[in-house]
Ligand binder design. Structure first.
Ligand SMILES: C[S@@+](CC[C@H](N)C(=O)[O-])C[C@H]1O[C@@H](n2cnc3c(N)ncnc32)[C@H](O)[C@@H]1O
Length: 205
């Protein structure tokens, strides 16, 4: 698909299906392939604006589930009742942020579609993207339930391999996905950590 065809197709589809951004189809593709969401789950969505992933997750977890969306910006999107939205910098760790996370934790899914503001400098952008993924995983280490799923977008670059490697001992399976709905010229890929392992036993005795 050319860039223009891509824009037109997913843009129209998102509009028809009432999603504020076409990025929803990347999450949908991963969900279909890996069966990420189930009714009743609690989901943490990092970098949630304008709200497509949050809306998609809210539909999948249903009214008995909860989705906590966090972003620097406030979305215009109207969310269903199972969504809580918080305007925060994920690096802030403000008392409000920690309190809200603690209230809903543990999460079955922690996902991050966060992206840095691009500078045009490839190395700087990649380094910032890795920092965001590391911050997302630091939250997952504390607040993701055993058996839970971690999904994070990252810009491809030299540091990605060692980060992915560091996840391998923490999840039953770690994989990288380039969804069909992600533009081929885009540097983004998604890291999936499937089924967080219970390593607490290793720490006893
Ligand atoms: C590609 S958009 C996310 C799109 C969203 N998943 C959707 O489907 O609507 C990336 C978002 O990451 C957010 N972001 C970047 N750095 C952040 C940070 N430090 N804390 C919270 N959000 C951040 C940006 O504000 C931006 O809204």
């Amino acid at each position: 698909m050319t860039m223009k065809q891509y824009r037109d197709y997913y843009f129209k589809k998102a509009k028809q299906e009432h999603y504020p951004a076409r990025s929803v189809y990347k999450l949908q593709e991963m969900d279909k392939a890996y069966k990420v969401f189930k009714p009743g789950q609690r989901v943490l969505d990092l970098g949630a604006c304008p709200g497509s992933w949050t809306l998609y997750a809210a539909k999948q977890v249903g009214e008995s589930g909860r989705v906590l969306g966090i972003d620097l910006n406030v979305p215009d999107t109207v969310f269903p009742a199972q969504v809580v939205f918080l305007q925060e910098d994920i690096f802030s760790q403000s008392p409000k942020f920690v309190e809200q996370i603690r209230e809903l934790a543990p999460f079955s899914v922690i996902m991050s579609d966060m992206a840095p503001k691009t500078t045009g400098n490839k190395n700087t952008d990649q380094a910032r993207s890795i920092q965001l993924v590391e911050a997302a995983f630091a939250l997952a280490e504390t607040w993701l339930d055993v058996g839970g799923t971690f999904i994070a977008k990252v810009f491809e670059g030299p540091d990605v391999r060692s980060f992915v490697q560091s996840l391998r001992s923490r999840f039953a399976k770690v994989t990288m996905v380039k969804p069909k709905s992600s533009r081929s010229e885009s540097k983004e890929i998604f890291i999936l950590g499937l089924s967080l392992l219970d390593i607490s036993d290793e720490n006893i005795g």
